[in-house]
Design a protein around this ligand. Structure first.
Ligand code: IPE
Length: 260
């Protein structure tokens, strides 16, 4: 079984509010269908969530009543993106069901405090593809906050111990330094967490091109610590996801889970 996250930067244009990249999503749906594996799918919020969440400062928790409207609106928009993702999956013949995180989990100061994993298990056992997504969520300490797709990925990985966790990004994977500014940047095909750790001592940390990747390293570490392999791949390029799912060689970064 695999837990796969489709990053918000792959399925939306992060610079344009509510811009869904239907063609990319359709391509990914075809690859997922073709691979025919048990998958829990997580998708990011991209420009359907981040812009509003920032505007209303939702991740800082409750501060004023105006945010309530912001919370509802943000949820409605990520739910809308989720409907678009589901339609694409359905069109390609995948029995996808939506599992909105805000109804099955509760956070406590940004950390998971309660989650119903059974609903994922039950749907998987019946042959469905559960689909969850970065969302707003209730938070015991803060009133509410944001539950990112990356957090969901970590929680699902810990609980289900999948064969691999896969991130579909808008980059090929990780580099030894930022390839946009460093000509000597080398692509990392395979790495242990220790080796990867060495790159952090470098001033040009981790490589990838987007700032978002820095936060991603934390997620990667947490998943590798569970003993689970993580693959980062380019979701825009044909068959990278498909090849990875079926175990065929392709360009991607593989981070080995720590074997204890
Ligand atoms: C963010 O989810 C959720 C909201 C802003 C409501 P993610 O952090 O997983 O989204 P992406 O992948 O960065 O777009």
């Amino acid at each position: 079984m695999f837990v796969v996250k489709l990053g918000g930067s792959v399925i939306t244009d992060k610079s344009k509010k509510y811009f869904f990249k239907k063609e990319v999503m359709d391509k990914l749906s075809i690859e997922i269908k073709k691979a025919n594996k048990d998958i829990i799918l997580v998708h990011g919020a991209g420009s359907f969530g981040h812009i509003l969440a920032k505007e209303y400062m939702l991740n800082q928790g409750y501060r004023n009543d105006e945010q309530l409207q912001g919370f509802s609106l943000t949820h409605a928009m990520v739910q809308k993106l989720n409907s678009l993702v589901l339609s694409s999956l359905h069109d390609k013949g995948i029995a996808a069901v939506s599992i909105p995180p805000h109804v099955i989990l509760k956070l406590d100061d940004h950390k998971p405090s309660k989650m119903d994993y059974n609903v994922f298990r039950d749907y998987l056992d019946k042959g469905f593809t559960p689909v969850t997504f970065g969302d707003v969520a209730l938070d015991k300490k803060l009133g509410f906050s944001i539950c990112s797709g990356d957090l969901l990925l970590q929680m699902l990985a810990k609980h289900f111990k999948p064969e691999k966790v896969i991130f579909a990004l808008d980059e090929d994977g990780l580099y030894t330094s930022n390839p946009k500014i460093d000509k000597n940047a080398e692509f990392i095909e395979k790495s242990t967490m220790d080796e990867l750790e060495n790159f952090t001592t470098n001033s040009n940390r981790y490589a990838d091109v987007t700032k978002g990747m820095e936060g991603k390293i934390e997620t990667i570490k947490n998943i590798a610590n569970l003993g689970i392999d993580i693959v980062l791949l380019n979701g825009n390029i044909d068959n990278r996801l498909y090849d990875t799912l079926i175990g065929k060689e392709t360009k991607h970064t593989l981070i080995y889970g720590e074997k204890k």
